[in-house]
Design a binder for this molecule. Sequence first.
Ligand code: NZQ
Ligand code: ZN
Length: 389
Amino acid sequence: MQNFDYYNPTHIVFGQDRLAELDQLIPAQAKVLVLFGGGSVKRFGTLEKVTAALGNREVVEFGGIEPNPQFETLMKAVDVVKTQGIDFLLAVGGGSVMDGTKFVALASKQEADHANILFHGFNPVPATEALPLGCIATLPATGSEMNSFSVVTYNDQKFPLTSPLVFPKFSLLDPDFTFTLPTEQIANGVADAFVHVIEQYLTQPVNAKIQDRFSEGVLQTLIEDGPVTYQSQVKGEQDVEARKNFMWSATSALNGLIGVGVPQDWATHMIGHEMTAMFGIAHGRTLAIILPSLLRERRAQKHDKLVQFAERVWHITDGSDEEKINQAIDKTEAFFNSLDIVTNLSHYDIDEAGIDTLVANMEKMGLTHLSETGDLTLDIVRKILIAAL
Ligand code: NZQ
Ligand code: ZN
């Protein structure tokens, strides 16, 4: 296991019927900006409940944060923060709203050059201050509710950023808020959480037993309860217990715990971000398209962990190592397909010319040496995508 630091200050408030506790979670004197997306929280009454729970505090609303939040939209929220003297941000929504709110928290404390916040990749943003923020998560997927990451779209490109200053002070995770999700968003969330674990687990063994076993536990829970949640949503049923496990899996997948002291890949994410930026395919879906093909291409580099994944996650014990690996990757792809996610690029009208443009854009973004070993070049990205056609 490699050396590591682990820091995560986010207070998780998990479970049903806990919204009234917002009153204790946010300072009594705070002037709160409630940020939300394209209107689902208004349509389904969540916003009204949140406003009621905020009691007598002064509350200002900012709606319209789009999926894959746009820099320009977020800068309008920064204006509201500055003109209204806001001192606490409350995100009510999915990953896009939570991510957008993190950017607003940083940008509100900066006078100029706000786009520069986006240009530090996975190094911390060199900021010294951010507004405090809390989250009410309505979509289990990204883990944004318990991490210091954010992804913002600027000039048609997606930029990841991180800063310890934007860990949410608290995140309220109530499964009841997820029952209004469109079915495909449940599928996308399961796929996103699954791939978050894979990016941190399916690399090379470093004898990190706790991280491996936590990861395997999260993957198995997603395999068990992801489809149950998805099918309940399709049928309009409310399977709260499965949903609680799915929700906590998604948070656990990217709150830093399973990633300490181990190599991390993130190639699927980097390719996926470009696919979303170019073709507008939802984040989780892009990952499900890329991952099986990437694993087939990288089976030599990931050999030992792929065998471990086959045996411990999919319980494949018969056959040679190569046969186990084949079966594990096929089962992973079938798992995504069972959530009605089609894993062929041609289904999304992407052809070889589209792949060439995508690879050229990744080169412009400097994404030329990906993966845990840094040797996944753009030629290999192209091969992975051609195999996914
Ligand atoms: O905007 P509204 O009207 O709220 O509708 C949203 C949106 O259309 C809807 N939705 C959310 N909760 C709902 C709901 N509809 C009904 N009922 C509810 N309870 O779902 C749609 C998608 O929402 P979005 O927030 O975009 O989805 P998700 O949570 O998957 O977030 C995706 C974003 O997170 C970034 C992605 O790049 C993408 O921009 N990521 C953030 C990460 C992080 N912070 O650590 C890591 C991830 O890998 C990812 O990159
Ligand atoms: Zn993701």
